[in-house]
Design a protein around this ligand. Structure first.
Ligand SMILES: *Cc1c(COP(=O)(O)O)cnc(C)c1O
Length: 367
């Protein structure tokens, strides 16, 4: 099956081979060496001199680790949301007793840095800002550089969900002033689900020293302590470490700049293809994502018909809309192990499928 969802993403053959290797002891020298190499590799792709902690959990676990390791119950938190993953971040903070102040934007619209500034000015007690870099539910990339500048001006802690961006869309962590940045293994890193990566800078560790939220498994402080000697506090997903080690090797060979350029190319190709079929995009044109394309389902057409046909006739899996966008959009994932030819394949398949599900504009506009 051709996986064109925004995670899990397809894995290169060398990564899949690595997943099948025999176990090693996670307190053994061989693991320590790999741990060190992988951590250094991630720091290069995060562009940070801070720490990158590797947790055995899904991306959401990384978001939860970021929250509980830097905040205390009752802390005022500005939760910026432009879609369902932004809402999830707010939910996590609320679940642990943060005083969450939501700042919601229309789904498909970007977070406006001026609105964030206004909210921070209006309430000086706000301690931290939660924001999604790339909102996977709407196919939109926020202007994190500008948001980072704003949050820095007000001297707040900036906690970023970059699960579907870092490693595919530019995000120089230190340069943009991001204190905590979360990623997940099954997105741009081209390996199976199982690991979350969280970067922490000096400011984040200062917050950690004061943070009183309940935590144990996801305690980043413990991960730092163990990380200093090349270990994780608990038994890690060893196979995923093998995979990440191989994947980072491939990524280094290609080079970050080339990887970012490839995702830009693939994103543009996808959007052009979608438009050539007479379809439209959900997100605001100025903030379209290069890792996931959210396509509006035309009036009178059933989104599940499109997805079902793509799967049945072309063996291509695309993602459905989430939350209030269910049935209104479908989403094409293009991050990680993907190139232009993979997207051309999806567009060709859509050109075949659309008339079959009753979308008439497809044939005339595509030809
Ligand atoms: C995939 C994703 C998540 C959730 O990751 P899980 O691994 O499913 O927990 C969170 N935020 C964004 C932006 C994502 O794309």
């Amino acid at each position: 099956m051709k996986l064109r969802i925004p995670g899990p993403t397809p894995c290169p053959p060398a990564v899949l081979e690595a997943m099948g290797r025999e176990m090693i002891g996670h307190r053994d020298e061989a693991f320590l060496e790999m741990f060190h190499r992988v951590t250094q590799g991630l720091k290069e792709f995060f562009k940070t001199d801070g720490d990158v902690l590797i947790l055995t959990c899904s991306g959401t676990g990384g978001m939860e680790a970021a929250v509980v390791s830097t905040l205390s119950p009752g802390d005022k938190v500005l939760a910026v949301s432009v879609g369902s993953f932004g809402d999830r971040f707010a939910q996590i903070a609320r679940a642990y007793g943060a005083d969450v102040r939501p700042l919601n934007f229309e789904w498909g619209e970007p977070a406006e840095p001026e609105e964030i500034a206004k909210a921070l000015r209006a309430d000086p007690d706000i301690k931290a800002v939660l924001v999604t870099h790339n909102e996977t539910s709407t196919g939109l990339t926020n202007d994190l550089e500008a948001i980072g500048r704003t949050v820095r001006e007000f001297d707040k802690l900036l906690i970023v969900d970059a699960i579907s961006s870092i490693g595919a869309i530019p995000l120089p962590v230190d340069e943009w002033g991001c204190d905590v940045v979360v990623s997940g293994s099954q997105k741009s890193w081209m390996i199976p689900p199982g690991l979350a990566m969280v970067s922490m800078n000096q400011r984040a560790w200062q917050a950690n020293a004061q943070a009183k939220m309940s935590r144990f498994y996801l305690d980043l402080g413990r991960h730092k302590t163990y990380g200093a000697r090349g270990e994780t506090p608990w038994t890690p997903a060893v196979s995923c470490f093998y995979a990440l080690d191989v994947a980072l090797g491939l990524m280094k060979q290609e080079g970050l700049e080339n990887i970012l350029a490839r995702h830009q190319r693939v994103g543009e190709r996808c959007r052009e293809g979608i438009k050539s079929l007479g379809l439209t995009l959900l997100p605001k044109e100025s903030h379209v994502s290069n890792t996931v394309t959210a396509v509006n389902v035309p009036e009178g057409i059933d989104a599940e018909d499109i997805r079902g046909r793509l799967l049945e006739d072309h063996d291509i899996l695309v993602a459905e809309g989430q939350g209030k966008l269910q049935g209104r959009i479908f989403r094409i994932g293009h991050l990680g192990y993907v190139d232009v030819a993979d997207i051309d394949d999806v567009i060709t398949a859509l050109a075949d499928v659309l008339p079959k599900v009753g979308f008439k504009a497809a044939q005339t506009m595509a030809s």
